[in-house]
Design a protein around this ligand. Structure first.
Ligand code: C5P
Length: 304
């Protein structure tokens, strides 16, 4: 393989995997430095368990999806309009505990928020994703903080300020239980169901939209089942957002059997002070790419 490589004029990416002692050896380090000087790129190796038992360290092959992302980055010669921009994205649901084993949640999958984080990173942004509990993987090339509750998400977002933009895609629970029980609530015969006292969660978007360190561009989402545009316009003002991405999450939205939440497709309208722009139904990845392009365009006109 190495002889054949001498004859190529194409870019070369190495994804080495090796026993940690071999990888750390001075001879390997010298050879690697020589290859890098010759313009050969590397992905990994990562730290972790080896295939051989009782061996761990630096030498694990990079994950296949990381290799794919590295190839994409290498072949991507598109301009990076968001280079040097720091962008916060929230994604997924929140879980609000009732007791140690029960919680209140919603149907958000995190697909749209994660896709937006990935699309912004592709345009060169330094993305900080704050994700509620989801079953999908962290987007490659995005620094992800995992949280469970709205209060934790709020704290994580605040700690990431200052930023050039913040995109609030997470379906944050509006309420949490006033006092989550420390022990599992027991079913007691004849006592009936427990009543849950709820208190309001912090509105993270509104908090950042009116913050002293407000990012130059603040984008919110509005998942509604009725009065989509009127609700989005009200939210724009109340939450201090520059634009609201409104989507119809009702079963009548006509999008797939599972609707927008959890599904792969979305149909959105962009509501701003300039008016309402309706986008056709498309995949969540495509919504993300178009939104990232719109954010890049807007950031070019925002003075920071
Ligand atoms: O008021 P509503 O929950 O419909 O607003 C949705 C928008 O506000 C989304 O962008 C969501 O991420 C954000 N939000 C928030 N914190 C909350 C509630 C909503 O950031 N507690």
């Amino acid at each position: 393989a190495s002889t054949v490589l001498l004859a190529t004029d194409k870019k070369v990416l190495m994804a080495p995997a090796m026993n940690p002692k071999m990888w750390a050896h001075a001879a390997t380090r010298r050879n690697r430095a020589t290859l890098q000087k010759d313009g050969i790129a590397f992905i990994g190796p990562a730290k972790g368990e080896m295939a051989e038992s009782n061996e761990a360290g630096e030498g694990r092959m990079a994950e296949p999806l990381e290799i794919v992302a590295a190839i994409e980055t290498m072949l991507d010669e598109k301009p990076k309009p968001l280079a040097g921009r720091r962008i916060i994205v929230t994604s997924g649901p929140t879980h609000e505990p009732i007791d140690p084993v029960r919680y209140i949640a919603n149907r958000s999958s995190g697909k749209q928020g994660h896709a937006i984080a990935a699309a912004l990173a592709k345009l060169g942004a330094e993305v900080r994703l704050v994700s509620g509990p989801v079953t999908i993987a962290d987007p490659v090339g995005v620094a992800t903080t995992h949280v469970e509750t709205a209060a934790q998400m709020n704290q994580a977002v605040e700690s990431l300020l200052p930023a050039d933009a913040a995109i609030f895609v997470a379906a944050v629970a509006d309420w949490r239980t006033a006092n989550a029980a420390g022990e599992k609530i027991k079913k007691v015969a004849g006592k009936g169901p427990p009543s849950l006292q709820m208190v309001e969660n912090p509105d993270i978007l509104a908090g950042i939209g009116h913050h002293a360190q407000r990012p130059g561009l603040v984008v919110g989402f509005a998942a509604e089942t009725q009065d989509l545009i009127a609700n989005a316009e009200a939210k724009l003002k109340k939450k201090g957002a520059d634009f609201i991405v409104a989507n119809d999450v009702s079963h009548e939205s006509g999008i797939g059997p599972s609707g927008v939440m959890g599904g792969d497709r979305n149909k959105v309208r962009i509501v701003s002070r300039a008016g309402v722009e309706e986008w056709p139904e498309m995949g969540k990845d495509e919504v993300a790419a178009r939104l990232a392009a719109l954010i890049a365009e807007r950031l070019q006109t925002v003075v920071v």
